[in-house]
Design a protein. Structure first.
Length: 399
């Protein structure tokens, strides 16, 4: 029986020397330049109703390096330049499959600074990582060990807006194996007053990381607004301070979500969540800031990939399912339930409900019913023969 090895990325912070930082910044710029040149070439070909693939752009790159104007591309490793062409090809593949929008040009100010190296672009020996075009290895803070005998297949170097340097090492992790099966199942209702409410009755408080640092963030943003616009050193320093506050907020949020999702996946065989469209919900101006701070989309993403690692199942119940207004005791449906009502009593069976716990229980019941009906993780938006297994929208009454 073949063993399905999981590839996992291990991310570490490192501190480059001045020469290494200069080399990496030069590489980031060349990666961005090649990506934009290739995108422009493919866009022009698209206007002529021609198709240009990765092989064609790779040949273009060879020709660009021979010109006097773009000769500086020879100063950096060719591996990240080839990888950015592969990323562009992947972006067009997603576009043609209607999974993404048309690729956009990379901006020097706002785009992510990163470069990807494959095995021919780095050397990893004795716990030391050395990139192409560099004499010395990177000064990496090994906050956790790599798997024993790890052989990295890809190394991605990046710099965040706060100026921190990171290296992400992709390798097989034999320690990631399916956990022993269990009968435990849990429904999870996300919210703003409470970050998570479980069908077991457990409630996880929402730490509101952004609100805790809002005064610090506002002060840094005011200082930035006072600086003269342009490329001055003072404005760069002020921009870096704003990015540092944002990074602090994002780090704490991500750390909490990792702890929660790991615990939920380890303890439960089946996890049922609601299929929320966060990108539409953040259009609600009064709640947009709180919704973005909660990190619902990131929570779901973590839950899904960890469940895939450990042999668990995540079920997403359709967003139209009336989990809040449905009595988990008798199944009767309440006509209206304003958001301000946090507890209510069923008029049919007399059961007292906590709004969020009741919703989590109903999500669990609907998710388990969906598995019996054969519905998938992402329920259908429409079915030829009626509604999907988890979509139970309240029928509109005729006057």
């Amino acid at each position: 029986m073949a063993v399905n090895r999981v590839k996992r990325a291990f991310k570490y912070r490192f501190y480059p020397s001045d020469a290494q930082a200069a080399e990496l910044l030069r590489t980031f710029g060349c990666v961005r330049k090649v990506y934009n040149l290739a995108l422009a070439a493919r866009s022009e070909a698209w206007a002529r109703q021609e198709r240009v693939n990765y092989n064609a752009t790779s040949a273009m790159l060879t020709a660009w390096k021979k010109t006097e104007e773009l000769a500086f591309l020879n100063e950096v490793s060719s591996v990240p330049l080839q990888q950015t062409l592969r990323h562009l090809q992947s972006a067009f593949t997603h576009f043609f499959a209607k999974r993404a929008k048309y690729p956009r040009f990379k901006s020097r100010k706002t785009s992510r600074k990163s470069a990807e190296y494959t095995t021919s672009g780095f050397r990893f020996r004795g716990g030391a990582l050395t990139l192409a075009k560099m004499a010395d290895s990177l000064d990496i803070v090994w906050s956790r060990p790599l798997p024993e005998g790890a052989k990295p297949s890809t190394v991605t170097v990046s710099q965040d807006p706060a100026g921190r340097w990171f290296v992400s090492i992709l390798c097989e992790d034999p320690s990631v194996k399916p956990l022993p099966a269990t009968d435990a199942a849990v429904g999870i209702d996300v919210g703003l007053d409470r970050l998570l409410t479980l069908s077991t009755g457990e409630k996880v408080a929402n730490p509101r990381h952004e609100r805790r640092d809002r005064a610090r963030l506002a002060r840094a943003q005011r200082e930035l607004s006072r600086k003269a616009k342009g490329e001055g050193a003072n404005r760069r320093k002020a921009r870096r301070k704003v990015a540092t506050v944002h990074a602090r907020i994002a780090d704490r949020r991500r750390d909490l979500l990792h702890q929660l999702t790991t615990r939920l996946v380890r303890e439960n065989q089946t996890l049922v969540i609601e299929d929320l469209t966060v990108r539409n919900m953040v259009k609600n101006r009064p709640l947009a800031r709180a919704i973005a701070d909660a990190g619902w989309r990131e929570f779901r993403s973590m839950l899904e990939y960890k469940a895939a690692w450990y042999g668990r199942e995540v079920i997403a119940v359709d967003r139209y399912f009336p989990s809040t207004r449905l009595c988990s005791g008798c199944g009767s449906l309440r006509e209206k339930l304003p958001l301000s009502v946090r507890a209510w009593m069923c008029g049919n069976c007399g059961t007292a409900h906590d709004r969020d716990v009741n919703a989590a229980k109903n999500l669990l019941a609907a998710g388990l019913a969906a598995t019996v009906c054969g519905a998938g993780v992402r329920p259908q938006r429409s079915s030829p023969g009626g509604q999907s297994a988890t979509k139970q929208k309240t029928p509109r009454r005729e006057p």
